[in-house]
Design a protein around this ligand. Sequence first.
Ligand code: C2O
Ligand code: CU
Ligand code: CU
Length: 565
Amino acid sequence: MKLIISALTLITAYHSFGQNPLAIPPTLTGSNIDLNLQEGSVNFYPGNATSTYGANGNLLGPTLILDKNSTVTINVTNSLMDTSTIHWHGMHVAPENDGGPHTVIPPGTTWSPVIPVMDWAATYWYHPHLHMHTNEHVQKGIAGMIIVRDNDEAALVLPRTYGVDDIPLVIQTKAFDTNNQIVVMSALDTALMVNGTIDPVATVPAQVVRFRILNGSSERVYNLGLSNNQAFYQIASDGGLLTAPVSMTRLMLAPGERAELLVDFSSQLGQAIQLMSYGAELPSAVYGATQPGMGAGQVIPNYTSNPLNGNNFIVVDFDVIAATASPITTIPASLVTHTPYLEANANATRALTFSPVNMGPTAIQGPFLINMMPFDMMMINQFVPFENTEIWTLTNNSPIAHPFHIHDVQFYVLDINGVAPPLNQKGRKDVILVPAGGSVVRFIAKFDDFYNDTLPYMYHCHMLTHEDEGMMGQFLVRSPGAGIVEEMNTNSTSIFPNPCDDFITISDVSMNEEISILDASGRLMMKQLVNDSFIKLNLTALTSGVYLIDISSLSNPRKMKFIKN
Ligand code: C2O
Ligand code: CU
Ligand code: CU
């Protein structure tokens, strides 16, 4: 491994002498979009070509431009030798259109979700989501940007000429072996690329330019800033424009997150300015910092020898050229109106705790679990009543920050360790970096528009190594009324006594099924994993009333009502 590292370092050094024009992904738009997942090859380095995956090409995929309130059919044909899936990250779509690990596309087949576009104007993305292979398929090259446009955004004076003053930047790092092949392994990601271009240089006009930035990396957090330290303005977070542009000189962007930035290059004609990642300034316990854990001794194998860790490096080199014919020259004073969900209106709260499987110095190497449970395709971890407004509390009891992502919804961050989030994180989000060492992040979201009693949505860490190792869970948004009143599917499972006092026994259940007890309004009261063919639950903590027993299982979900005296 040592040998590979030194070879990688040499290659990186060699290549920094040459610059390559930044590739701009082509666009696709309209009501019918075809994506073909295919194998390809790219000449990243002298010598052997690199085997890659791409959508409609050798690497990455086209940028999809969608209009809010339109309907788009996306035909995803899988021409790989391997099963895959395509997930529309950040978009509010029905479970059957979400492209999670249950919605596989076998080789040689086409999946054609029909998607009503309901999202706010913002930057979303698509990537494979195959069970235990998300990292591999993304690292090999499948990922693309999605731009949603809407009337609110169109009414603002903003740059929006794609590739000219509205520039997509998909930032990724990859690991290569000595034969120039992509290695899917933690911490070896020494090669930085933007839109698939290594050492990219781009021309930008001397005016206000919009950058749509996606951190499409599997593990790395960036700390973006400009080499001349000039301020830039964040105008959008993951799922929409902010209330107003936020002036900043640094932006931390975690895997899966997107940000739209405005940079005013008006007075920089003829200059070269770099978009940098100031890795040396990253706080400890973030992947990319000098110290990935909370203390010395918490090490990830190969991490320290990776020259990107703890160092400042160039992301893209910009050459400022003459302005375009009718340039945007101002930063808007305000953007869009937000009406965040009120904490007082929440119907339920849920707690997710992140913890390492190993304790001690190797805790940082993972795997990591959510609520002590590894991801299981057959286990539903959360049942969310349709149209619930919920507060989710994320507690990170591990020594590294995890970017938490949830499907289906955009959320508002309520607080991070009890403090309101910074202005640029006050908008719609679908990824939030949860700091290490017992930190707590609370968010609020509403689970409206879609439900499905058998097909779940995912929530997970967007460090793809962590996700693939099991740091993921799944939730069902239940059909209206599924809470307690509709027909019960009990099969052979029985409960006794009913009504009960302090104990209830549920018989004919199976190992590893999960029993949830919900109250009459669908609030989750208890959860218990089955480790026998029956289970006896202690209900002393419940007040008297009607409750629902919900037994999770994709093949045989069961619900039963009981009364506690
Ligand atoms: Cu970007 Cu569940 O994924
Ligand atoms: Cu997603
Ligand atoms: Cu993680």
